[in-house]
Design a protein around this ligand. Structure first.
Ligand code: GUN
Length: 167
């Protein structure tokens, strides 16, 4: 199996603010005008973007959200557990992986506006995934909130939020 260091070097990955490592591999040259997007985008965006995303077992991707749906693709390593909180406060877990007999699926669509966090299911290893979004990604559409802010929003999920925030 590929080692973590080998993947980071060969795929030119850099640390991601939510945790893990990433590299943008595609950004369409086509532009969606601001007039064609919901007003909340507050500007134009590329049609679509795609990244590699590598998460290691000793870290997690903290609860965050973006405006658009995000399509996750599984590539290598351990399955990844996606924790999801809808805007209405409903919590669910989803395993993205390739062991179909265990009910894992190699693709998952994370709906825009929901809060997401991710962790590697197995210890001492990694998950290599891809994430595709349309409209294309902009950090202007990316929101990370503190433990306190999220707990104020979803008090019934206090212990899950405590585990899945960095501050
Ligand atoms: N580009 C930089 N960060 C991200 C991210 O979290 N998701 C997607 N889809 N693209 C990104």
């Amino acid at each position: 199996m590929n080692s973590i260091e080998h993947i980071i070097t060969k795929l030119h990955l850099k640390p991601h603010p939510e945790g893990g490592y990433f590299k943008e591999t595609y950004r369409s040259t086509g532009i969606i005008n601001a007039d064609s997007l919901e007003a909340s985008y507050n500007g134009e965006r590329n049609y679509s973007t795609c990244i590699y995303f590598l998460l290691t077992s000793d870290n997690f991707s903290a609860l965050h959200r973006i405006k658009q749906d995000e399509i996750w693709h599984f590539y290598d390593g351990s399955p990844i557990r996606l924790h999801m909180i809808t805007e209405a406060g409903k919590y669910t877990e989803h395993i993205i992986g390739k062991d179909l007999s265990k009910g894992e699926l190699p693709q998952f669509v994370a709906p825009g506006g929901c809060w997401f966090a991710a962790e590697v299911v197995e210890g001492d290893t990694f998950s290599l995934t891809g994430c595709t979004v349309s409209p294309g990604f902009s950090f202007e559409d990316f929101e990370l909130k503190s433990k306190k802010e999220l707990t104020d929003l979803f008090p019934h999920l206090k212990s899950i939020i405590a585990k899945l925030t960095h501050d």
